[in-house]
Design a protein around this ligand. Structure first.
Ligand code: FES
Length: 161
């Protein structure tokens, strides 16, 4: 189990240049996420100390930005588009099917961290609506049965080498 009270030296090094008057918090959170895949809990008190604020303020910012992860990412990420074109073409039914097959809700991962399901906004690839992004790559238009097949395939990979 990870010790959440100890600050890893690499994290100290990653944030060494931070000063209270020159920090863009969102950019710093992305820097940490790029390095670790998420913002580990040990980063919160360190950031608070460096930016002369409270851990609660840092935690609030992390919770506010949906693109910032508080847990390690799943091995495969399904991003469900909540934009209007996708919704008009039935993406809500697709979301319900994905959630039912995977046994998780939005912003959750399967217990073995094989698959994560996330909500994303329209990025302009509406010609493929309704779509999901599989590890960032758009996949669509998808029918509900194709979404079910996709979720079953990804779930079926669990435990495989
Ligand atoms: S609404 Fe989904 S990609 Fe535009």
């Amino acid at each position: 189990m990870t010790d959440t009270t100890k600050t890893p030296p690499e994290l100290e090094q990653l944030l060494a240049d931070l000063k209270p008057d020159n920090a863009d918090l969102l950019a710093v959170l992305h820097r940490i996420q790029d390095a670790y895949g998420y913002v580990p809990p040990q980063a919160i008190p360190l950031l608070a100390e460096k930016l002369h604020t409270t851990p609660a303020m840092i935690y609030g910012a992390i919770s506010f930005y949906s693109e910032i992860r508080r847990e390690p990412p799943a091995r495969t990420t399904i991003s469900w588009c909540s934009g209007p074109a996708c919704r008009l073409k039935g993406s809500e039914n697709m979301r319900r099917a994905l959630e039912a097959v995977l046994g998780i809700g939005l912003e959750e991962s399967t217990d073995d961290k094989a698959v994560g399901l996330h909500l994303v906004q329209c990025d302009g690839t509406c010609a493929l609506a309704p779509l999901v992004r599989l590890d960032g790559h758009p996949k669509g238009p998808l029918t509900v049965s194709e979404a079910i097949r996709l979720a079953r395939e990804l779930k079926g990979k669990e435990g495989q080498p």
